[in-house]
Design a protein around this ligand. Structure first.
Ligand SMILES: CCCCCC/C=C\CC(=O)SCCNC(=O)CCNC(=O)[C@H](O)C(C)(C)COP(=O)(O)OP(=O)(O)OC[C@H]1O[C@@H](n2cnc3c(N)ncnc32)[C@H](O)[C@@H]1OP(=O)(O)O
Length: 260
């Protein structure tokens, strides 16, 4: 039974809707990652499902990214387990044979942006409070190569380099201009726009679309698969450094003080 991920049948045949519901901010905790992987595996094996709309149950925050509390003050074994789960989610999403459409109905930083970038199409609600991007450098950390490659595959090298170095969080119109999202729509039309684009993608025969998706994505997937263990060790080494721990603690404190 999943608590943090809700899967519903969509209003259209063959379409499921997967909703994030991990209050307060839909951070990707270890439990959330594991529940997402299980839900995605079930959907992948369900032949009746051809497409999945991915969204947040409550508008405001799509995903707050990786859970910073999983990466602060823990031991190396925990960091390794956590990072393996992050890799697993990315691999499931990026290699999914289904059509994935992200209906971005809230803030979408870092790991949240990465999850949306694995989708085949991104529709974002036109709300200036919502931003999207790989903002890792703003936290004093570096997006791993497979985060970078997923962005490069979406927006091209130059735009990706600039966005990554600056850790830019783009509001909807700018995100559309850069190509990080494919469509921006009024907030109340988000779900219908996502379903409408899903219908267009589902009009293509599955086998032809799936083989094309694999052809386009396999080189990026293979890069991680062939060095998965080394990538885990690299993460554990970096995240355990005092300077990185200090940077993350400072960032978390800033988030907490924002309210006070
Ligand atoms: C060297 C190593 C390589 C690492 C490679 C990759 C690493 C990281 C990728 C990531 O995904 S890092 C996470 C990046 N995420 C962010 O920068 C988002 C931070 N959060 C926000 O900007 C805001 O919280 C929000 C999502 C826009 C929501 O704002 P709101 O005002 O609604 O809520 P807050 O008051 O800010 O937060 C409520 C509560 O949640 C805690 N929190 C927020 N984000 C996270 C998070 N990502 N992980 C854990 N906890 C989070 C926040 O501290 C508040 O806690 P309390 O004060 O209530 O205890």
């Amino acid at each position: 039974m999943s608590h943090r991920v809700l899967v519903e049948a969509g209003p259209a045949a063959g379409v499921a809707v997967l909703k994030f519901r991990n209050p307060p901010v839909n951070a990707l905790s270890l439990e959330m990652l594991m529940e997402l992987v299980i839900s995605l595996e079930k959907l992948e094996n369900d032949k009746a499902v051809r497409g999945i709309v991915i969204t947040a149950e409550n508008p405001g925050i799509f995903l707050a990214g990786l859970d910073l509390t999983e990466m602060c003050g823990r031991n190396p074994a925990h960091y390794a387990k956590y990072w393996e789960a992050v890799q697993e989610l990315w691999l499931r999403l990026y290699q999914s044979s289904k059509v994935l459409v992200a209906a971005i109905n809230g803030a979408c930083p870092a790991g949240g942006c990465l999850a949306s970038l694995t989708c085949d199409y991104r529709v974002m609600a036109d709300n200036p409070k919502y931003t999207i991007g790989l903002n890792e450098t703003q936290l004093g950390i570096i997006a791993p190569f497979w985060f970078k490659d997923t962005l490069v595959n979406t927006v091209g090298h130059r735009a990706a380099e600039q966005a990554l170095q600056l850790g830019t969080l783009f509001p909807p119109a700018k995100a559309l201009q850069v190509g990080i999202v494919d469509q921006v729509v009024p907030e109340e039309q988000l779900q219908s726009a996502a379903l409408s684009v899903m219908a267009q993608w589902l009009a293509i025969p599955d086998h032809a679309r799936q083989l094309t998706k694999t052809m386009m994505r396999k080189p990026t997937v293979d890069q991680l698969v062939k060095q998965r263990e080394a990538d885990i060790q690299s993460f554990v080494g970096l995240i355990s450094q005092d300077s990185i721990q200090r940077a993350l603690q400072t960032y978390l404190q800033k988030l907490r003080q924002k309210k006070g």
